[in-house]
Design a protein around this ligand. Structure first.
Ligand SMILES: Cc1cc2nc3c(=O)[nH]c(=O)nc-3n(C[C@H](O)[C@H](O)[C@H](O)COP(=O)(O)OP(=O)(O)OC[C@H]3O[C@@H](n4cnc5c(N)ncnc54)[C@H](O)[C@@H]3O)c2cc1C
Length: 456
């Protein structure tokens, strides 16, 4: 019995984007332990990549960093970055999670995060965090604000792993933290409840052949544009064309790139694109005062506090031109990017010679989400997003008792809604923990009907 109860008031959270971070802090600040598992080397998810957030234009990194730092230092949070869930066995109150930890080839217990290794490493590759628009080294941290601020070696590009020579990082590390012999390990966490917060990704541009299929250099997606707009990004916040580094004077922003398009993309609305496109157009005009921003849209969905006003601000104060119509083709013509579309309000065909095109590509489930759902024994819908036990009355509960979910893993959503769901999932877990503390015999009854219990 004692062993069965060992993990009952400890939570496992999978995914350390803002959804997982919020849930972890809510639970940890209530005095319970949390194991927070993140696939990447550091926490923050997509919010860490954003420049400013609609509708307030807060600096994303500035409002996120206090939370990532708190997560990194919290006495009740065990951070397991560079890790993924292998399996989850057991019942609410006594789940056993097997977690695969990738080797960073750096002893994080010894590393001081001084950055000498990342500065001196001779190998440069495109940085995933920068959407490929800037470089990183073969030994790297995701960003300067990374939590934990410890590097990992990418063995696919490291000269020592690929060619058997180099070892510069090992030679220069002042504390001897480099360890090429590290191996993958499996750790087990015994927990009472689980929250899945594995987020979203954008439809790869290769899936949009009519929009250049990812092969036209100055056609980028929204997250790449976020990096161009970010002070910490590859151009230090100056909007520059990836192809030649010039300041683009005409930028076309295409909404619904793959969304609401069952034939070429996904059938659903990605929900966040109308707002972030307005933000992009507005921030571009803030950066390039003599620039022209043109938005192609099917219709504008700006439901949210202050959202409609924000779109109006882009249109009226920043004179962003909104053209109602769908873009039919995007292709390169010399140094320009040609955008063909139809203005459905006038019925005329439109052709724009742009310097840069930003596609609001559809938000899709994380590519590995199906495998994660299977490992967790929970259901995903036809679109791949996680399914609610009851979409109306149990929106953060999965069909598996004791396993909850939050954020964009359930469907595209903005940060306020994501944070609200993170807190909702945390409240569900805290509710269970409180009851198990008051009635310990409940947690010792494998299979007791949680769904019914929760509605008592
Ligand atoms: C271009 C763009 C601009 C945006 N701008 C705004 C804005 O201005 N304002 C706003 O409110 N919203 C904005 N958003 C939406 C915002 O990005 C999301 O609301 C938010 O990131 C969702 O957070 P999340 O934690 O659910 O998911 P994510 O941010 O995707 O985080 C999920 C985390 O889970 C990790 N993960 C995934 N699978 C696993 C696994 N199997 N094991 C372990 N870890 C895993 C991922 O690595 C990631 O760290 C924007 C979105 C885009 C695309």
């Amino acid at each position: 019995m004692a062993a069965a109860q060992a993990g009952q008031t400890r939570a496992l959270i999978i995914g350390a984007g803002i959804a997982g971070i919020q849930a972890a802090l809510d639970i940890a600040n209530s005095g319970y332990d949390v194991a927070l598992v993140e696939r990447l080397p550091s926490v923050g998810g997509h919010m860490a990549q954003l420049s400013e957030t609609f509708p307030t234009l807060d600096c994303s990194q500035c409002i996120l960093t206090p939370r990532t730092v708190e997560v990194g230092h919290h006495p009740h949070i065990r951070l397991l970055t560079y890790s993924e869930l292998e399996s989850l066995e057991g019942e609410p109150g006594h789940f056993v999670a097997r977690i695969r930890r990738r080797p960073p080839y750096v002893r994080w217990d010894v590393c001081t995060g001084c950055g000498v290794c990342t500065t001196k490493c001779p190998t440069k590759v495109p940085a995933e965090f920068e959407g490929g628009l800037g470089p990183r080294k073969a030994i790297y941290t995701l960003s300067p604000q990374a939590v934990p601020n410890k590097p990992v070696i990418d063995r696919e590009h490291c000269r020592y792993f690929t060619q058997g020579k180099c070892r510069i990082c090992e030679k220069l590390c002042p504390v001897g933290a480099i360890d090429y012999e590290q191996a993958e390990e499996i750790v087990e966490e015994t927990v009472g409840a689980v929250i899945v917060a594995s987020g979203y990704q954008l439809l790869p541009l290769g899936r949009l052949p009519e929009y250049g299929g990812g092969a036209v250099p100055d056609v980028i997606d929204g997250l790449q544009f976020e990096r161009l707009l970010s002070a910490s990004g590859p151009t230090a916040g100056k909007v520059r064309r990836p192809s030649d580094g010039r300041e683009p004077k005409t930028v076309v922003l295409v909404q619904c790139a793959g969304s609401r398009d069952p034939e070429h993309g996904v059938p659903y609305c990605s929900k966040i694109c109308c707002m972030y496109t307005a933000k992009h157009a507005l921030l571009y005009r803030h950066r390039v005062h003599d620039g022209r921003a043109i938005v192609f849209y099917i219709d504008i969905r700006s439901g949210g506090k202050g959202y409609e006003e924000f779109v109006q601000r882009a249109m009226e104060e920043e004179r962003v031109l909104y053209l109602r119509g769908k873009v039919s083709k995007i292709f390169r013509d010399g140094e320009r990017v040609m955008v063909w579309g139809t203005d459905t309000l006038t019925g005329r065909n439109v052709e724009v010679a742009a310097d840069l095109v930003v596609l609001a590509a559809a938000a899709t489930p994380d590519a590995a989400q199906a495998a994660l759902a299977q490992a967790l024994g929970i259901a995903a819908g036809a679109d791949g997003f996680l399914d609610e036990r009851d979409a109306t009355l149990a929106p953060v509960e999965t069909g598996r008792p004791g396993v909850y979910m939050a954020g964009a893993a359930l469907g595209p959503k903005d940060i306020p809604e994501t944070v609200a769901q993170g807190s909702a999932a945390a409240a569900k877990v805290l509710g269970l923990f409180a009851r198990w503390r008051a009635e310990p015999e409940l947690a010792a009854q494998p299979g007791h009907d949680l769904a019914t219990d929760e509605r008592r």
